[in-house]
Design a binder for this molecule. Structure first.
Ligand SMILES: NC(=O)c1ccc[n+]([C@@H]2O[C@H](COP(=O)([O-])OP(=O)(O)OC[C@H]3O[C@@H](n4cnc5c(N)ncnc54)[C@H](OP(=O)(O)O)[C@@H]3O)[C@@H](O)[C@H]2O)c1
Length: 257
């Protein structure tokens, strides 16, 4: 049932607000069993409201992906919640733009843990469970920012690029175990992350629009990469294809005066 996620048991990590919360609403409406996680998922008023509406179809589980020990424990609980999982969606992200004057070690660590290592901490226990189950689907929400490092955003984009690179490396081995791994590289969405941006964001989407595009793409495609919007993707792809002397001359123009 690769192209059909009807009646799935889904664990989404990073579900209390923004794109993740909108995905939870879509999947509940579609009839899936959803386990929603964030650091304070059980205390989230938005998720509590949904739970009142959907009852047992929605479960909430607190997990802090910056804590590897917590990830190991909560992964087992997540597996038990619906007696197995069909899909694990890693949606956690942290973003702190910084100039060289603002470089801050804790911010780099938080972005590395949220955007990359948290997925690793969860996949270690989950892989054994999915492999024994014999099927499953992993979706990692990366970013179009992973395509090319842009001024002030490296603390965010570098671990996202690591996540994509890891997914490329793991995909063949997991496919043999009947675990489909897909990444999502999308553009700007109006959430608390992009609130920090002081520049105009081309192709900016509302969280519900991004969630609809993601859910729709997941329903119809098992392609390794899901990506949108196409205009921003083409522009950022160009940065990768042209010589560094050109791309870096262009990104230099993005520096604040
Ligand atoms: N917004 C954009 O323009 C954009 C663009 C490209 C890609 N993305 C990616 O899309 C995903 C969702 O982003 P968003 O904009 O919707 O962000 P958001 O509104 O900040 O939501 C992030 C979610 O992750 C959870 N979270 C954060 N730190 C966590 C931790 N240590 N442990 C567990 N959960 C944690 C948050 O809940 P708590 O804080 O309550 O724990 C929240 O539910 C991220 O991976 C982001 O990088 C976003």
């Amino acid at each position: 049932m690769k192209n059909n996620i009807a009646q799935q048991r889904i664990w989404i990590v990073g579900a209390s607000q923004g794109i993740g919360l909108e995905l939870v609403k879509i999947w509940l409406k579609q009839g899936h069993q959803v386990l929603a996680s964030a650091r304070q998922a059980q205390q989230s008023s938005a998720l509590t409201e949904l739970k009142q509406q959907y009852g047992e179809q929605l479960q909430c589980l607190n997990v802090d992906v910056c804590d590897a020990q917590d990830c190991a424990i909560q992964a087992q609980r997540a597996w038990a919640a619906f007696t197995g999982l069909d899909m694990w969606f890693y949606n956690v992200g942290a973003y702190q733009p910084m100039t060289s004057e603002e470089w801050d070690w804790p911010a780099f660590v938080q972005m590395n843990q949220s955007n990359y290592l948290g997925a690793v901490a969860l996949m270690l226990p989950l892989q054994k469970l999915f492999k024994a189950q014999g099927h499953g689907r992993w979706i990692w929400n990366a970013s179009l920012a992973a395509y090319f490092g842009l001024p002030y955003g490296g603390g965010y984009s570098a671990p996202k690029a690591a996540l994509v690179n890891l997914a490329e490396a793991l995909q063949p081995e997991l496919a043999v175990q009947n675990i489909d791994l897909q990444i999502i590289n999308h553009g700007f969405v109006r959430t608390r992350l992009t609130e920090k941006n002081e520049f105009a964001m081309p192709g900016l989407l509302e969280p519900i629009e991004a969630a609809q595009q993601i859910a729709h793409a997941l329903d119809r495609s098992t392609a390794f990469e899901i990506r949108f919007p196409w205009r921003l993707r083409i522009v950022l792809s160009l940065f990768r294809w042209i010589p560094y002397s050109w791309s870096l001359a262009l990104t230099r123009k993005m520096l604040r005066s």
